[in-house]
Write a protein that binds this ligand. Structure first.
Ligand code: ADP
Length: 495
């Protein structure tokens, strides 16, 4: 069978494209040969990358352990200088890194540029935060004793990251880890290893010492990442972003492998890609463009919806987004497009009205044509689907596409209860003018993050993370570095 090949774009700096893993400061082949990275826009093969296995994982972790004493012994300022250099190099290469990301991830180029700046901002922020890791002195309980609290790096860390943010999910973990004095082994998603390797190349150029930052690439079938977590006690912390299902596997595995170490190291599992709820009370504003991989639930106050004005606006917005992105919004590959499509059709079958479905987007007769038009099923047009009820698939499943189900509500209590009824709790958004209502609803929502009158809340200076099945731990802000620090109590007697 003929294999489709998709060309990589032209780069100013072609040396950013790497096909080997980055272990112990060296570019290495993997124990399992190579695996293919595909262009999600057309399914074509872009490049083959080192397929690492358990021995490579062990090597990476050993290297990180060897590098740890010297790295943690550096002053915070010395580490900050290197991180800042890394940040500068990343921003200087923004265009190339964005092109690389779009090639392997599929998001529009403007989104990729934005992600590079967002990802780099974590390095900038934590370069500074690393210099503000303060300990404590505690008023003593005995005249001849002095009580101190030191904050120390947890040690060797591992990070397993997903494909939706191939840059920022790595920097959000690696930057605080390195700033805190930890070393790290990153296992990027098998779909998007190129962005991770380019980050490694820039770390190398910035002068990050060998073994401090490692990238272990691997295919889904080899799952060397799984081995990573089994390397305790050397790996003292695992940070994972991905599906709840895999998060659970990793948690279980950690517990089975080394319960003591788990209790000591306090692993985290922020699971970030979950459904969002947006109770929308006074729809003065239009739906903003969502993070493409997040599916927003839109809840609209019944009287507003009856007026139909808001539904029309939302649909117009969705159409504009689709046009701006040339229809190429928010989907990576057939699996995600299929999931959005399935949910849309289920909703329509159960009586919901789809924004584009009225024109046949989800209509069975024209579905095939629509799929072909949207890149053979690789893309999904932004769609608002109305009259959705909580029992529909679209209300329960993470669709991973720009499909926004629209629910009606009559009062605050109803919409808050509905939002809190989901097992996930990453982020909720709502629109309101009344100050009392803003505080009341924000406090009642069981989510790790709440956006009020804005859909854009992600920033390196604030804590990102969820509750319930959306995991735990916080990334970003002053809280983000705590995840990579451990508290040591020192009691000095006889003084
Ligand atoms: P997604 O649905 O976004 O692909 P996953 O949770 O499947 O999310 O993947 C997120 C990350 O977890 C990826 O780097 C993937 O390689 C890794 N991963 C998936 N399954 C496992 C597993 N069983 N053990 C270790 N890592 C895994």
């Amino acid at each position: 069978m003929l294999q489709r090949v998709s060309a990589l774009p032209e780069f100013n700096d072609g040396a950013l494209v790497k096909a080997q893993a980055y272990l112990d400061g060296q570019w290495c082949d993997g124990a399992h040969g190579r695996f293919e990275v595909r262009n999600p826009a057309d399914g074509g093969r872009l490049i083959e990358v080192a397929n690492c296995g358990a021995t490579d994982a062990q090597r990476a972790i050993d290297a990180a352990a060897r590098a740890l004493p010297a790295w943690r012994a550096r002053t915070a300022k010395e580490r900050a200088v290197l991180l800042r250099k890394w940040f500068d190099l990343m921003m200087a290469a923004q265009e190339d890194l964005a092109k690389l990301m779009t090639a392997e991830q599929g998001k529009p180029l403007a989104e990729s540029r934005g992600e590079i700046a967002y990802g780099a901002s974590f390095i900038d922020w934590f370069a500074e935060e690393g210099r503000r890791i303060y300990g404590d002195t505690i008023p003593t309980h005995a005249a001849d004793k002095r009580l101190l609290v030191f904050k120390e790096p947890v040690g060797v860390c591992a990070a397993i990251t997903p494909w939706n943010f191939p840059n920022a999910m790595i920097t959000r973990k690696a930057a605080p880890a390195l700033a805190a004095g930890c070393t790290i082994v990153v296992k990027p998603a098998e779909q998007t290893p190129l962005s991770a390797l380019a980050i490694a190349e820039l770390a190398d150029r910035a002068g990050v010492p060998k073994g401090v930052f490692n990238v272990l690439t691997g295919s889904a079938s080899v799952r060397s990442a799984a081995r990573l977590t089994a390397q305790l006690p050397l790996v003292r912390k695992l940070s994972f972003t991905g599906s709840t299902q895999v998060g659970r596997i990793l948690m279980r595995q950690s517990a089975d492998d080394a319960q003591e170490a788990l209790a000591r190291t306090g692993r985290q599992r922020p699971v970030h890609r979950v459904r969002r709820c947006r109770p929308r009370r006074r729809g003065r504003r239009r739906a903003r463009q969502q993070v493409p991989q997040c599916r927003p639930d839109l809840c609209v106050h019944q009287p507003l919806l009856r007026a139909c004005r808001h539904l029309r606006r939302l649909r117009a917005q969705a159409r504009r987004q689709g046009r701006a992105a040339e229809g190429r919004l928010g989907i990576r590959g057939r699996r995600a497009a299929g999931s959005a499509d399935r949910c849309g059709r289920d909703g329509q079958g159960a009586g919901a009205r789809g924004g584009r479905s009225e024109q046949g987007r989800h209509g069975a007769d024209r579905r095939q044509a629509a799929r072909t038009a949207l890149g053979g099923g690789m893309f999904f047009e932004p769609t608002v689907i109305a009259n959705v009820t909580r029992d529909m698939l679209v209300a329960r499943e993470e669709t991973f596409g720009p499909l926004a189900p629209l629910f009606r509500f009559t009062d605050d209590a109803e919409v808050v209860a509905a939002a809190n009824s989901v097992e996930y709790g990453l982020a909720a958004y709502f629109y309101a003018g009344n100050v009392g209502r803003i505080f009341r609803v924000a406090e009642q929502l069981e989510f790790g993050m709440v956006g009020v009158n804005t859909g854009l809340i992600s920033t390196e200076i604030a804590p990102f993370g969820g509750v319930k099945q959306s995991g735990y731990g916080r990334e970003g802000g002053k809280y983000g570095i705590d995840e990579y620090l451990t508290v040591k109590y020192v009691c000095i007697g006889g003084v």
